[in-house]
Design a protein around this ligand. Structure first.
Ligand code: ADP
Length: 160
């Protein structure tokens, strides 16, 4: 069984994240979408809500598991017996951070590889941060996030 872990904040899941997960799926036997617990980051949704939203999105896909994890990603990889990390790339601006992290993870756990998948063109500009901002200003979220995520965002910001 080749298992890959797709880690991230997913605050909240966007169509860009979902696109990367869909692209990774045919490459591996199983994909674990892992929501990182990061107390230093000020998040809009708590970890349980983020996990719920991702589970809802992929409920019909038995090859996708959704979990949260805390601590070092490499320890989580070992625990899950995963040899690959999936990350998405949008623009050059993602590269520097991703490059550092992939190399640090390689130093800590050389047995695992990081695979970068390029998002579909429609999602180059989609980020959770922008989505949160648009939602907070009551903007249109069509095409940016799944409908059930848009609903939760509207509730958060008192839009309905
Ligand atoms: P993190 O806080 O760890 O960067 P994110 O939830 O923001 O977590 O993103 C998780 C991963 O998904 C990262 O590799 C990020 O580059 C990627 N990603 C986020 N949005 C998109 C998108 N629109 N298209 C492709 N990849 C994306």
């Amino acid at each position: 069984m080749s298992i890959a872990v797709y880690p991230g904040s997913f605050d909240p899941l966007t169509n860009g994240h979902a696109d990367i997960a869909a692209r990774a799926l045919p490459i591996f036997d199983g994909l674990v979408i892992a929501v990182a617990v990061n107390n230093a980051k000020n998040s809009l949704f708590d970890v349980a809500e983020r996990v719920e939203m991702i589970r809802e999105e992929f409920k019909d896909n038995p090859n996708i598991e959704v979990e949260s994890f805390s601590g070092l990603l490499v320890e989580y990889l070992k625990a899950r017996k995963a040899k690959a990390v999936v990350r998405g790339l949008r623009a050059v601006s993602d590269f520097e951070y991703e490059f550092q992290m992939a190399n640090m993870n390689r130093k800590l756990y050389p047995e695992a590889e990081t695979l970068f998948l390029m998002t579909g063109q429609r999602y180059f500009y989609v980020s959770s941060r922008m989505v949160r901002e648009i939602a907070s200003l009551n903007g249109c979220l069509n095409g940016l996030v799944p409908d059930h995520v848009a609903l939760r965002l509207q509730k958060k910001f008192g839009g309905m």
